[in-house]
Design a protein around this ligand. Structure first.
Ligand SMILES: Nc1nc2c(ncn2[C@@H]2O[C@H](COP(=O)(O)OP(=O)(O)O)[C@@H](O)[C@H]2O)c(=O)[nH]1
Ligand SMILES: Nc1ncnc2c1ncn2[C@@H]1O[C@H](COP(=O)(O)OP(=O)(O)O)[C@@H](O)[C@H]1O
Length: 188
């Protein structure tokens, strides 16, 4: 059995993190994707406990106070956090644990667990990023604008990650991500 590793996948909203992680899970049988808690409202089609654990803000902050999160951060007026106990459980079981989280949280993980592997997903350009965000059709105009501003801040942190991966051709980006996870798991 391969030993458990922790992978953190970040990048601007719309860069394609969710799409890449979904493909990664199909191709790496021992990958396990953490389900985060959030105070954001569910989007149509999102399922409690699968997409996120949707929590009222008071409950989220109480969990944070109890040390229930490996990391947590505020993003676009909502809180997002990684439940600590399930990450510990899956790593102990030898899984390749995948966190799809924003930059502030990724840097907290790097502090707490320097052995984590940080992957930054870049869009081919800011124009393409905006096109993808609008094309997904899940955000209002105001939210898209806010996320484009946040994207610039996030991109300024990309050199703090272990690797950067440009998601231009999807199949190529998937192949690079799968190779990185498998190579890391086999090196140990
Ligand atoms: N720090 C942190 N960020 C998270 C967590 N879960 C999701 N995020 C990030 O929060 C941001 C917003 O997520 P979401 O509202 O689902 O929008 P989307 O990624 O654009 O579909 C994204 O950058 C996610 O990667 C978490 O547990 N912790
Ligand atoms: N390589 C790619 N080329 C073109 N469109 C893509 C690519 N990767 C993802 N997308 C599309 O861009 C949009 C944003 O992708 P998503 O995975 O939701 O991003 P994120 O999770 O980073 O917010 C989606 O509509 C997705 O289908």
């Amino acid at each position: 059995m391969r030993t458990g590793n922790l992978f953190v996948i970040s990048g601007p909203s719309g860069a394609g993190k969710g799409t890449l992680v979904a493909r990664l899970v199909e191709e790496v049988p021992d990958a396990w994707v953490s389900v985060s808690a959030t105070t954001r409202r569910p989007r149509p089609g999102e399922v409690e406990g699968v997409s996120y654990y949707f929590l009222p803000k008071e409950e989220f902050l109480a969990l944070a106070d109890e040390g229930g999160f490996l990391e947590w951060a505020t993003y676009s007026d909502n809180c997002y956090g990684t439940p600590l106990s399930s990450v510990q459980r899956e790593m102990a079981a030898g899984k390749q644990v995948i966190l799809e989280i924003e930059v502030q949280g990724a840097l907290q993980v790097k502090e707490k667990m320097p052995e984590a592997h940080l992957v930054f997903i870049e869009p081919p350009s800011l124009e393409e990023l905006e096109r993808r965000l609008r094309g997904r059709g899940t955000e209002t105009d105001d939210v898209v604008k806010k996320r484009m501003d946040t994207a610039l801040v996030e991109l300024s942190h990309k050199m703090e990650y272990d690797i950067r991966l440009v998601n231009d051709d999807l199949d190529e980006a998937v192949a690079e991500l799968v190779a990185y996870v498998n190579d890391t798991a086999e090196q140990k």
